[in-house]
Write a protein that binds this ligand. Structure first.
Ligand code: ATP
Length: 409
């Protein structure tokens, strides 16, 4: 929301009176008494405008106007002038001020000028956000990394959920990215500029939930692992959802919530309230093509963050990664990437698996899993896809300890 007004005046009485006027109008003033105090609030992302007195001890309002124009030429600065100070006002306008207001002025005149400037600012920020989005792709493309068809389905699901304001239930194994998905849905939604609150359900008391709803008003609340929400908090959540229709609840779970409700371990009314839009995050082993992509992404990120040179990622490293089960999903892979970037990755040499035979076995294993996943656990179809006789296929499954039923969709 573009509702901030950086109000700069060395006269405390004026500052407080105008500040109150702004607050009464539902705006969020930041009061400053000098150039120095005001300066650091000014940035290209500033969600508001500047109103500054011209005459101040030290650097004056013109200096602040100059500074603001240098940081962000599209940031409206309104100057406050003394009564009849026309030459000052003219100087301000030629210096790029948005408008000027003569002191003393009525609250309605003051708010009219401020309102116009805020509207201009909102349009500029919105335009920039749109341009950024066009340049970088949307939040789903940027934040949900992966090239598999399942990844693309995930991004589409995020976009579809974001187009509505209904409750969302995200299911997925631990570490697979439920929290990330919730954030993406929020960022793509019409409430993107409102707050996003994340709560861990296991420790959530009714009071914690009430505070979160207050803070997130108009935005989204993400409840991590909602199945373990204590019973009292489950009741409170039902009421809070009804009392805050403008705030969206996005719940994450790695348990079967319908099953939990049927077994009497989860409030069924709450289940139905949350189960409006379903988004499933597949485990990493269901989309092995994403493993190298995610790994490279996080190695590059870790190197950038720690100012390290990007290490070479050899086909052997990739083969090793592909052969792992990744029960810890994206989180575990991300940690492995961080360790790798820092040269701390564990060596498999002791396991005697780095030779050609070991690497081929790992690749073979990942291909078998991939085929089973793609064919929903159907061994006949998976064997046909790999052009293997069924018997050979089953022998290989046994050798690798793979069970087709684990991949049934
Ligand atoms: N598709 C993805 N692209 C990029 N990063 C991802 C993706 N999925 C998950 N991650 C990253 O993996 C880590 C784990 O994701 P997240 O915290 O969302 O998982 P979670 O399912 O909520 O885990 P848990 O419930 O166990 O905390 C995060 O750092 C997240 O940024």
């Amino acid at each position: 929301m573009t509702d901030r007004v950086l109000l700069v005046d060395d006269d405390r009485a004026v500052r407080e009176a105008l500040g109150q006027t702004l607050e009464l109008a539902g705006l969020r003033p930041i009061l400053a008494s000098s150039y120095i105090e005001a300066k650091d609030h000014i940035s290209t992302q500033f969600q508001g405008i500047v109103v500054s007195d011209i005459r101040m001890p030290g650097k004056d309002g013109f200096a602040l106007l100059d500074h603001a124009r240098k940081v962000d030429a599209d940031l409206p600065v309104i100057l406050l002038t003394g009564e009849g100070d026309v030459p000052m006002a003219v100087k301000g306008m030629t210096g790029g001020a948005f408008d000027f207001i003569e002191k003393p002025c009525s609250p309605s005149d003051f708010l009219a000028v401020v309102g116009k400037a805020l509207k201009t600012r909102a349009l500029v920020l919105e335009n920039r956000a749109l341009k950024r989005e066009i340049r970088q792709g949307d939040a789903a493309a940027r934040m949900l990394v992966g090239t598999s068809a399942l990844s693309e389905q995930m991004r589409e699901a995020a976009r579809a959920a974001a187009r509505t304001s209904a409750e969302v239930l995200i299911s997925g194994p631990p570490g697979a990215g439920t929290a990330k998905m919730a954030e993406v849905i929020h960022l793509l939604s019409a409430a993107a500029m409102r707050p996003f609150q994340k709560i861990s359900a296991a420790s959530a008391a009714p009071d914690t939930l009430a505070v979160a709803f207050e803070r997130a008003e108009g935005g989204s609340i993400f409840l991590d692992e909602v199945a373990v929400l204590p019973p009292a908090a489950q009741f409170a959540l039902l009421d809070l959802i009804d009392a805050h229709p403008g705030t969206r609840v996005i719940a994450g779970t790695y348990r079967d919530l319908a099953g939990e409700a049927a077994a009497g371990r989860f409030n069924p009314d709450l289940f139905y309230k949350l189960d409006v839009i379903r988004v499933r995050i597949p485990a990493l082993k269901e989309r092995p093509e994403d493993i190298p992509v995610l790994f490279r992404h996080y190695v590059a990120l870790a190197c950038e963050q720690s100012d390290l040179p990007m290490p070479a990622i050899t086909p052997e490293t990739i083969a090793g990664l592909m052969a792992e089960d990744w029960t810890g999903n994206a989180r575990a892979l991300m940690n492995a990437a961080m360790r790798f970037a820092m040269g701390l990755s564990e060596s498999h040499e002791d396991e005697g698996e780095t030779g050609l035979a070991g690497q081929m076995a790992r690749v073979e294993r990942s291909l078998l899993i991939e085929a089973l996943t793609r064919h929903g656990g159907n061994a006949t179809e998976a064997a046909a896809a790999l052009r293997l006789p069924r018997k050979t296929f089953y022998d290989k499954l046994t050798r690798h300890g793979i069970r087709p039923e684990d991949y049934r969709s």
